[in-house]
Ligand binder design. Sequence first.
Ligand code: F7E
Length: 310
Amino acid sequence: MTMKILITGASGFLGTNLCSQLETQGHELIKLNSKNCDLTQPDSLLQFNDLHYDQIYHLAAWTQAGDFCLYHPGEQWIINQQMNTNVLTWWQKHQPQAKFICMGTSCAYDPDLPLVEENYLTGMPISSLFTYAMTKRMLYAGLLALNKQYGLNYLCLVPSTLYGTGYHTDGRQMHFIFDLIRKIIRGKLYGEPVILWGDGTQSRELVFVEDFAKIAMNLAQTVNNDLINIGAGEEFPIRHFAKLICERVGYDFNDIQFDTSRYVGAKSKCLVVDKLKQSLPNFGLTPLELGLTKTIEWFWQEQEKLVPAH
Ligand SMILES: C[C@H]1O[C@H](OP(=O)(O)OP(=O)(O)OC[C@H]2O[C@@H](n3cnc4c(=O)[nH]c(N)nc43)[C@H](O)[C@@H]2O)[C@@H](O)[C@@H](O)C1=O
């Protein structure tokens, strides 16, 4: 069955991948981005009322990786609250028949508790990401409220860090895996020192973006009114990722320096994925080694933008 689907954040990293897979399935897409629809404006979505959507994917969020959240909490609160409120209001008023699928964040969890769905609204998020985390908790609170009062149907997906081809190339701060690749390639090409943040023992897990998009599309068809973690279920220290990249780029891992004065964030961040496994028992993720090889190949293709000589 082909569907009418509206997507916010459609030109972002996940949005691009998701749209291309939805298009392959023949769905009719309305793709929104910050250029064709300013979601901070209350009436910005009214122009899309002509269609009645089967699904709305709300992917847009105002954030960047690295230490960006430390320095922009005020803007993050205002912009994300405005966007989420406007999108939810429009859904309730004009598109209540649509299934609403949106993104949570792993940093909403209290790092001292197990990262299991029941704890999403429990305890305190890590202080460096507090504001962003709380806006995502409020988005989820909005889903619960609209479901309770109006019976609207939602799905909230909580991703671990995504990686793969098609990440942004416009100079915004990068999630660690892309920054590691960028720095190690620069070390290889230009002999620049490779300086990573922290002592490299902090751990993260990765999910290949194409896998994430497939999982999201699958769960959107089968799961109603729930919040589900989407992770690999296995995390590795930053050093491990750096070693894998060094092997593929041809750079000596022993030449890497670690700056313990830089942003570290959570020491560990591995989502409990029991619910995901119950919902999709047969789904296998792209192995890390393969996903990393593909991501590095894409980096080389984008060399001019991602690792320019100056
Ligand atoms: C999904 C989630 O993702 C983000 O949270 P994060 O996981 O803390 O951020 P990250 O990917 O930038 O770093 C992961 C780890 O890697 C270490 N690290 C080492 N060396 C580099 C480095 O060179 N660059 C970066 N960026 N990190 C480095 C860094 O110190 C940290 O320990 C938030 O944007 C948040 O908004 C969010 O939702």
